[in-house]
Design a protein around this ligand. Structure first.
Ligand code: LLP
Length: 430
């Protein structure tokens, strides 16, 4: 049966042995569906960036922390970051050992730092005051410091994490103060890191920023450089979200060539024996994930055709938060002609007028009961989902390498929503 719009996923056999409608019927909607084959391919792309011995990929778990996906990512040889005790717990379920985790923190409480230390992971701090706080808790230990290279990048002002206007990182001109704090607490600088922002499509800015970090490392006193074990250039690797317009991919081969040249040359020159890491989140998981939902209403309001679905911004926050574009597919499967495309605005089921998934899209007229697929939803989809309007977090399904679907997180229920209230709610007055 022909679907309304499915050439992209058809070409990849994305849904394995099932059709998206079967998955929606069997597991319910909204439903995150992941492809193991695509996830593994993306991991391998990144691991192949450089053949330098000390090169590695530090998957940024904030993009998607489902432990089953983490196990697959680990099996491909990646290590993982964490930035909260919750992410540490997920990393552990994913099988990552303390040596395989870097705690890349921001504004943590002393209790959170102590918890990270109890896991035996190396902590990166990104301010002088957090360095001082960590030193007080872990005298004589190792630490990483996050610097701001002064170069930012990203798809939206909200995700640019370096340059002038950002809360992140230590300015390199404060190095003397970093050294003073290291001395005060007898800390060893075990690593340095940065992250310029999320979603660049050209390699140049990233490579320029990498050079800045290497220059900073080269300027470290020899006794400090000698102890340095990790140089982490951060993530931000973009993916093409406009799948139906054949948007070009980030030239990973060019990025790999540039990076390899840079790190191999620099290590040879300086005698550095430690590791070089990149820290991508989105690139690893975005394209292996599709969010399935169902059309529940269609109406005309003020000249706009609104297609109501069960995909509210509590399930996928990106369009409402950053005006992000995600391509849509639609599945009907009754073999009938889909009809001439018309402009439609696809919305969710949340009580806010900003609950817009896709504005003014030219699609065949969608009908109640159609299943829609939101492409490239694997990164910052489930991980940013919330219980707003007291809606349940969705289920997640993995299409295994053999094509069979497997539930890897069940849908929440009312009991899950009320779990933290157990025994705390007084009986309401009659
Ligand atoms: N490392 C650090 C320190 C980060 O803060 C981030 C992302 C990454 C690595 C991974 O960046 P990626 O490779 O995924 O671009 N919610 C936004 C993206 C926020 C990114 C936050 N930090 C979105 O949906 O576009």
């Amino acid at each position: 049966m022909p679907d309304i719009r499915s050439t992209y996923t058809d070409s990849l056999r994305f849904y394995g042995n099932s059709t998206p409608r079967e998955l929606a019927d069997r597991f319910g909607t909204p439903l995150y569906v992941y492809s193991e084959a695509i996830l593994r391919e993306r991991c391998r792309d990144l691991m192949g960036l450089s053949a330098w011995d000390g090169f590695g990929v530090n998957y940024s778990v904030k993009a998607n922390a489902n432990p089953t996906l983490l196990q697959i990512i680990r099996s491909e040889g990646l290590v993982a970051d964490a930035m909260s005790p919750g992410e540490l717990a997920m990393d552990a379920l994913g099988g990552f050992t303390s040596e395989e985790i870097l705690y890349i923190s921001n504004n943590n409480t002393p209790e959170e730092m102590l918890e990270a230390l109890s896991h035996g992971v190396l902590i990166s701090v990104d301010s002088l005051s957090q360095l001082d706080m960590l030193g007080g808790l872990n005298r004589g230990g190792g630490v990483m410091a996050r610097f701001n290279p002064g170069i930012g990048a990203g798809h939206h002002a909200k995700v640019i994490t370096a340059g002038k206007a950002t809360k992140f990182g230590i300015s390199p001109d404060r190095l003397d103060e970093v050294f003073a704090l290291l001395k005060k607490h007898e800390l060893t600088l075990a690593g340095i890191n940065q992250h310029i922002g999320s979603l660049f499509m050209e390699p140049q800015g990233y490579l320029e920023a990498a050079k800045v970090l290497l220059r900073l490392a080269a300027g470290l006193p020899p006794e400090v450089l000698k102890n340095l074990k990790i140089i982490d250039f951060g993530g931000g690797f973009g993916i093409p979200y406009h799948k139906y317009e054949d948007e070009p991919r980030l030239d990973l081969a060019a990025l790999g060539r540039g990076l390899h040249e840079l790190i191999s040359g620099w290590a040879t020159e300086t005698g550095y024996q430690g590791r070089f890491l990149v820290e991508p989140g989105r690139y690893v998981v975005a394209e292996c994930g599709i969010l399935l939902g169902r059309v529940t209403a269609v109406k005309e309001n003020g000249g706009t055709r609104y297609v109501g679905t069960d995909i509210g911004f509590n399930v996928l926050m990106r369009p409402a938060m950053y005006d992000s574009f995600h391509d849509l597919e639609a599945y009907r499967g009754d073999g009938a002609d889909a009809g001439e495309p018309v402009l439609q605005t696809v919305v969710g089921n949340i009580c806010e007028s900003g609950d817009i998934l896709a504005k003014d899209r030219l699609l065949p007229p969608l009908r109640v009961g159609d299943v829609v697929g939101v492409l490239d939803a694997g990164a910052y989809g489930f991980s940013m989902a919330s219980n707003y309007n007291q809606r349940y977090l969705p289920a997640e399904v993995l299409i295994g390498a053999g094509g069979a679907p497997r539930l890897i997180r069940r849908r929440e229920t009312a009991e899950d929503l009320t779990r933290c209230l157990d025994g705390l709610v007084r009986k309401a007055d009659a």
